[in-house]
Write a protein that binds this ligand. Sequence first.
Ligand code: FES
Length: 86
Amino acid sequence: MSEVTIFVDGEPVPAEAGRPLGALMHRLGPAMRRTEEGAPRGLFCGMGVCFDCLVTIDGVADRRACMTPIRDGMRVETGLAGGTPS
Ligand code: FES
C-alpha cells in the first residue's frame, strides 16, 4: 500500500491507496451524509448492502464508500451540512 492524499470536503487527508474509503471515512467521523429528515448515516454494513455510506466521489453522486478503494487525488464530498464529518 502506498501513501496518497485524498480530499474530503476540500480538505487534504492522508490515506493508503487500495484500502476501502469507507474505513477511512469512518475514522474521520461516523457520519458521511444525512437523510432528508436530517438523521446522520455512515458506515453500517460495510459490504455494499445498506447504502448508508453514500458519498460523492470525483463529482459522481451516490457512490458507496465501503465498496470504493482509495486512490490518489480522489475528491470525496460528504452529504453533511457544513461539510465536516461528525
Ligand atoms: S456501509 Fe452499507 S453499503 Fe456501505
